[in-house]
Write a protein that binds this ligand. Sequence first.
Ligand code: OFO
Length: 138
Amino acid sequence: MISEKMEKALNEQIAMEGHSSFVYLSIASWCDKEGLDGCNQFFRRQADEERFHMLKIFDYLSEVDGFAKVPAIEQVPHEYNSIQEIFKLTLEQERKVTSSINDLVRLSLDENDYTTKNFLEWYVAEQHEEETLFKSVL
Ligand code: OFO
């Protein structure tokens, strides 16, 4: 059983992961238009990964008798100036996600919810990996 507060916070994370997935899909489409095939494939894979991150929270909420909610689709940018600008923006985006995951870990500790803390550790490691990847590309 999960607290209402934790459930709400995890649903907000679902929305953030879904938003990241659409941002990366939009970037992939821009790369495709610009003839940047490798970057198109890279961001398509990232979009799929973010969708997976979102669905992983759906599954977790189901396991702990919570209720996962499908988020609204927010408009994402369609135009970019350069691939370098894109990697700067996406590193920034990943840092925001990391900070949000850290807030969730803190909340799980405040709530004495060690099951959720344990679940979130996968995301902590994943964010470290993603930030390192984006930095190395830059
Ligand atoms: Fe969802 O992992 Fe990065 O953003």
